[in-house]
Design a protein around this ligand. Structure first.
Ligand SMILES: [Cu+2]
Length: 162
């Protein structure tokens, strides 16, 4: 008798598994295309801030390999309290950084985030960055799909050699 009870207990998981083919036989939901799969990300880097600077820029080359326009609408990093999307605009003789709502990623084109141009602005760095460490940065597209990058920290001059 005791043996039978044990057997029943052992069989229960098998019975649960046996119901799966029925569920799988239902029509599969259509695969929803994700904008993030259209992108190729290259050469990401974070600028090593001078001293114990609490602010720095992050850069990456982004190629939209699809015929669909995409846009980055927000970014974040566990290393910073805020990550803003910035561009540079010329005011008189000065280039100034300006927050923007989104980075447009036109179809079949490469958009380069680079010093003096578009960049992720990491503000309120929680710990001082060190060269060759990595910073996790995530960004989200207009369709809600997202990418997370492990971005190496480099001094500006070092990165310029690449
Ligand atoms: Cu900036």
């Amino acid at each position: 008798m005791r043996r039978l009870v044990l057997l029943a207990a052992l069989l229960t998981p098998t019975l649960a598994l046996a119901t799966e083919p029925t569920a799988a036989a239902k029509p599969a939901p259509a695969v929803v295309p994700r904008g993030i799969d259209d992108l190729k990300l290259e050469q990401p880097w974070v600028r090593l801030p001078p001293g114990d600077g609490k602010v720095t820029g992050a850069f990456v080359k982004i190629t939209n390999r699809s015929a669909t326009p995409h846009a980055i609408v927000r970014a974040s990093s566990p290393a910073a309290s805020v990550v803003e999307l910035h561009t540079h605009v010329k005011e008189g003789d000065l280039f100034k950084m300006r927050p923007v709502d989104r980075f447009e990623l036109p179809p079949n084109a490469t958009t380069e985030l680079k010093p003096g141009s578009l960049h992720f602005m990491l503000m309120g760095l929680k710990e001082p960055l060190t060269a060759d460490s990595k910073v996790t940065i995530s960004f989200t597209l207009e369709d809600g799909s997202a990418a997370t990058m492990q971005v190496p920290v480099r001094p500006f001059d070092g990165a310029a050699k690449h």
